[in-house]
Structure formats: structure tokens, C-alpha cells
Design a binder for this molecule. Structure first.
Ligand SMILES: [Zn+2]
Length: 368
């Protein structure tokens, strides 16, 4: 029995139950299949019986399953803090739950259509120190955060790792919409212990999900396998979409990405800064920069962007958020005067305003 089969047995969610749900009768309420088990409680208040299904987004994910009063509060953007918490932990930051409407730090409704949020104080948002010992609520807490705090990750590491994996699998199975949070939790807390699950999830990936999988694939699977999976998927992108997908290779911080960029050079159009960012975080070296400057466009422009990022003296407020947490470094740097001379020489063959501007910034950085 593999680990996932064991988890399904643990959760009591074998194939038999899945079949039973698929064969369930039509709901008398909305004409949708009655997918919830008899007596299921409302996902929001956790008290009343589930009475209504409300589609999420375009309906490609599990619907909200609610009692009638919670359904009304959802549509009126007037959920109580704990109800927002519970629904966001299941369905993610959907239209009804996004941060224009609720504060993800305390669950407060920001634009309620009801005159007041009824009994808000009786349904408070969880306090981290109170729930840190409860694995499931702690995972839910992480899922509700837009950016999962390092402290929450550290607290999750203190829990039983098999139980954590089981709960992540359960949550993703119940509502796949939350995968953009459960995969990064697996990556940061479980790493290779979640490898088998992430590999199975990847097999069932949908279009344009490479970014959602990127961190988990990079941290849970062997680096060579991860690079191959991600780069092969990215290469399927066409035209301008390609540059929008390449950031998925950043997590690996691998010089392999530099060889890959060279291979992709014929497909690089307009040289968006995404290429320079990827190069900068992939062990970009001065010898590689010299080689790309000699090869000319588009690689020379990618090299200049990467040099600009790597030589930036201060990354703590960098407009590219990625660099604030992981400042890029120039590997095998040459003496400053030699690098400055080579860059100035490059301007002899490429005097475009973008080129001159970037070279000026790099030289400023070098002598800062
Ligand atoms: Zn309810």
C-alpha cells in the first residue's frame, strides 16, 4: 500500500465513498447534485445543517456548502470573522472572500451590504497563540493568509508530519481551489516527505498551473527531476506567454536555468525583465555575463538586466519582491574596473537608450 492509500484509509475517504457521492440524487434546492453527505453541517457557521450550494467562480472547483443564513451573509459580504476564516480555509481567496471585502488578518468585513455583521463577536477570528497546538486549525490559518508567515511555517514544523500531510491531502481533495496554499505548505514544511503526493498531483495538473506547482515541485522532488518537469511544461507556452511562465524556475536557483535560457534565446521576444530576474537568481556569473555580452541580443540584454539586479547594493526595498527575501549574488565577479571596462566596450556595439541606461546603473552599483 502506498502512502496515499494509507492516508485515504485513515481519512475514511476510499473509492467507495467517492462513487456514492457521484451517484447521489439531485438537490431539491438548486438542481445541483447533492454532493454533501446527509447531515453535513454548514461550512461557514459549523452549526446548522447544509442547505444550499453556491458555485465558486466559474464552477470548476467545489461549491460553498452552506445553511441559508450563511449563504445570505456570503452574498452580502457580511460574514462573521470565523465564518470568513472557515470558508477561506476551504475555498481560498475567491471573489466573495477577497481582500477588498475582508481583512485576512482578523476577518473583519470591509464592505458589508448588511447594516451590521450580526453577532460578529460570537464568531471571532482565531488567535494564532490560541490555536498553534491544533494542527488542523493551524493549517487552515496558514491557508487564509495571503503570504504565509515564517512563524506559522515554524509552528507547523513542530507538528506530526504524517498527520500534516494527511490533512493537506484531505483539504486539496475536498476543494482543489485551495491547492495554491496547500502545495507551498507542503514545500516549506514537509519538503521531500511530500514528494510522492506532489508527483501525483502534478500528473493531474491543469492548464497554466506551472506557477502554482513551482515551489512544491522544486522543494519536494529531486532537483534534476523538478527542473525537467518545470522546464518541459514552460516550453509548451507560446509567444509572449513564455516569459510569464519562466519565473517558475526561480525556486531551483540552478545554473541549469542559464543553459536553458541560452537554448530558449531564439524564442525570446522583447526581452522582458523576467529573463534577467531568472538569470540573476540562478547563480549568474561574470564569465556567463561576458559570454552573453559577446553573443549580443537577446542574451546580452538579459545579461545586463541580471547584472543590474545582482550588483544592486540594497535589496530590502527592491521593487521586485522576490529579491527582498532572496537577494541575488554575482558569482565569480571580476575586479570592478575590469567589469566596468567590459560594459563600456559593449556600448560600442549597442547604443540603444535601454542599454545605455542599464549599463549606467550597473557601473553606479559597482562603484557604490
Ligand atoms: Zn451556516
Amino acid at each position: 500500500m502506498n502512502i496515499l492509500s494509507a492516508i485515504w484509509r485513515l481519512l475514511g475517504m476510499g473509492a467507495g465513498r467517492a462513487k456514492a457521492a457521484a451517484a447521489a440524487p439531485q438537490s431539491p434546492l438548486l438542481g445541483a447534485p447533492a454532493a454533501w453527505p446527509q447531515g453535513m453541517t454548514c461550512e461557514s457557521c459549523g452549526i446548522s445543517e447544509c442547505e444550499v450550494e453556491e458555485p465558486v467562480g466559474n464552477g470548476q472547483h467545489a461549491p460553498y456548502r452552506l445553511c441559508r443564513p450563511c449563504h445570505e451573509r456570503l452574498l452580502n459580504l457580511s460574514l462573521r470573522p470565523l465564518e470568513f476564516f472557515r470558508l477561506a480555509a476551504i475555498h481560498g481567496h475567491t471573489y466573495h472572500l477577497h481582500d477588498d471585502f475582508y481583512d485576512d488578518g482578523n476577518g473583519e468585513a470591509m464592505q458589508p451590504r448588511d447594516a451590521v455583521v450580526v453577532d460578529a463577536e460570537r464568531f471571532p477570528f482565531p488567535v494564532l497563540d490560541d490555536i498553534k497546538g491544533d494542527l488542523r486549525t493551524l493549517v487552515d490559518y496558514a491557508c487564509v493568509q495571503y503570504t504565509i508567515a515564517d512563524r506559522v511555517i515554524a509552528l507547523l514544523k513542530a507538528h506530526d508530519q504524517a498527520a500534516l500531510l494527511a490533512y493537506l491531502v484531505h483539504k486539496t481533495r475536498y476543494s482543489r481551489a485551495i491547492h495554491y496554499q496547500t502545495y507551498p505548505i507542503a514545500a516549506r514544511v514537509l519538503a521531500t516527505a511530500a514528494g510522492e503526493w506532489i508527483r501525483e498531483e502534478w500528473e493531474n495538473r491543469r492548464e497554466n498551473e506551472v506557477w502554482i506547482f513551482a515551489e512544491a515541485v522544486s522543494r519536494c522532488l529531486p532537483p534534476a527531476e523538478a527542473f525537467n518537469m518545470l522546464s518541459t511544461e514552460i516550453e509548451k507556452s507560446s509567444g509572449r506567454q513564455l516569459a510569464g511562465q519562466i519565473g517558475a524556475l526561480r525556486y531551483l536557483e540552478s545554473a541549469k536555468a542559464l543553459d536553458w535560457i541560452e537554448r530558449m534565446a531564439p524564442r525570446i521576444v522583447n526581452v522582458s525583465t523576467d529573463w534577467g530576474v531568472l538569470a540573476a537568481v540562478s547563480q549568474f556569473s561574470w564569465p556567463r555575463a561576458e559570454s552573453w555580452l559577446t553573443m549580443g541580443r537577446p542574451l546580452s540584454l538579459v545579461a545586463l538586466d541580471a547584472l543590474m539586479y545582482c550588483t544592486c547594493p540594497e535589496h530590502s526595498n527592491h521593487p521586485i519582491f522576490w529579491f527582498r527575501q532572496r537577494p541575488p549574488i554575482l558569482v565569480e565577479a571580476a575586479p570592478v574596473a575590469i567589469m566596468a571596462n567590459r560594459l563600456t566596450a559593449y556600448l560600442e556595439m549597442d547604443k540603444a537608450p535601454r542599454t545605455r541606461g542599464t549599463v549606467a546603473v550597473i557601473i553606479d552599483n559597482l562603484f557604490a
